[in-house]
Design a protein around this ligand. Structure first.
Ligand SMILES: [Zn+2]
Length: 411
């Protein structure tokens, strides 16, 4: 019996063999690999299965058009590879798929050499449960879920400069975390810095950067002390909490997504509550940064950049802050102010892209007109000018951003 046939004996066939007296050998070898997405953040549509080849597609749900988020689990015998094929379009980025062998807690890029085929007609790669593991998860990029935030919060539980509360309940009744870090004394704090991420649920690398930013505010060093003496950060880590946990694409959600919901009557509880909080802090907000990830690959999508505002005054502020980030950057991800702002009117950053509704950063520009910066940053999923983007690199960028904000506010 060759190895391929052994792998794909069905359970029923194994049972029949056991009945016929072939139990010891057949029972051990008869468990076929199984693939599913039934866990927080999971997303995949199994189009078909033929032998050891699974044909899959991102589960688009209420997305208008195509998007690339997938996150599935492979369970079964270790060291027995299967072929994963995406037939219609290619959701694999410049460093291949990401793989986790610890249940999605940590991830590594498999790199392009793991990709068997790629292009406009689809892509395929080889997936396997590693030796010693029960399962492996594969996704288009490292994921970041509530469980990741919980782990970070647990590590900082004893820090008096961190406060966790609930902004609101999501549509599905999930608690939406609101974090305050830095100065806790409103009389002493010189101002408030707002941070948001995951208006588009799949944009996970932004969360690692947000984590790095907050860690810098809480760290016992000179910048951390300045943060805690003078400034308060208020952060909304999951602006689309349901989308993150359900494993939605989030981007281009119908009728409009969370980042086009900053209108007179917001659809989503998180946005409504954040706008209300913003209104109550109007005079105190000095900086507002909305953190995103771009498209999968190509041109602007493979570099850290800011989204140029259509408003001249806000665009000037972006330029000044971008220059500060370039000056203070220490982490591995390159950033150049000269080509680190996607001007309004270029690529996707056109009036057409905002027809569906007002974005977070346009709302912030309108609401906090005296602030030193009201903008959005795009952090690539996999590659920034040839440098690998991963959890630690994104965290380091978050720290660089925290230092840049500090220097920008205290010239
Ligand atoms: Zn986004």
């Amino acid at each position: 019996m060759n190895i391929t046939r052994r792998n794909f004996l069905t359970t029923a066939a194994a049972g029949a063999l056991a009945h016929l007296g072939g139990a010891p050998f057949a029972m051990a070898a008869a468990v076929p690999p199984e693939l599913d997405a039934g866990y927080p953040g999971g997303n995949v549509r199994i189009v078909s299965r033929e032998g050891d080849t699974f044909t899959l597609a991102p589960d688009l749900r209420d997305t208008k058009g195509w998007w690339f988020y997938f996150n599935f689990r492979l369970r079964g015998p270790a060291d027995q590879p299967v072929t994963i094929r995406f037939a219609d379009a290619d959701p694999i980025g410049v460093r291949g798929p990401a793989m986790s062998s610890d249940g999605g807690r940590t991830w590594q890029w498999l790199d392009r050499k793991a990709v068997l085929q790629s292009g406009k007609k689809g892509s395929s790669f080889s997936a396997v449960v590693p030796a010693g593991a029960q399962e492996a998860r594969y996704a288009f990029a490292p994921t970041y879920l509530e469980s990741h935030l919980r782990e970070w919060l647990a590590a900082h539980r004893a820090n008096p400069a961190l406060q966790v509360s609930e902004l609101c309940r999501s549509r599905k009744g999930r608690g939406v975390e609101l974090l305050r870090a830095g100065s806790r004394d409103p009389a002493k704090a010189r101002g408030v810095v707002l941070l948001t991420a995951r208006h588009h649920a799949c944009e996970s690398m932004a969360s690692y950067a947000l984590e790095g930013f907050l860690t810098a505010v809480l760290t016992d060093d000179e910048p951390g002390r300045r943060w805690r003496e003078r400034w308060q950060v208020i952060a909304l880590p999951f602006a689309d909490k349901d989308g993150v946990e359900q494993g939605d694409q989030g981007k281009n959600r119908a009728p409009h997504d969370h980042c086009r919901d900053y209108n007179a009557a917001p659809l989503y509880p998180e946005v409504a509550a954040w706008m209300k909080l913003g209104d109550s802090l109007k005079q105190r907000v000095v900086f507002s940064l909305d953190m995103h990830c771009p498209y999968l690959r190509g041109d602007w999508h493979d570099r850290v950049h800011f989204v140029g505002s259509p408003a001249v005054a806000a665009a000037e502020k972006e330029k000044a802050f971008a220059q500060m980030l370039e000056r203070v950057r220490r982490g591995p991800l390159p950033f150049r102010a000269a080509d680190g702002i996607l001007p309004h009117g270029v690529a996707w950053n056109t009036p057409e892209s905002f027809r569906a509704g007002r974005s977070n950063f346009c709302w912030a520009g309108d609401t906090f007109s005296e602030a030193r910066f009201t903008g959005a940053i795009e952090i690539p999923y996999a590659d920034a000018r040839g440098v690998e983007v991963n959890a630690d690199a994104a965290r380091a960028l978050g720290r660089d951003l925290a230092c840049a904000v500090l220097e920008h506010l205290e010239p």
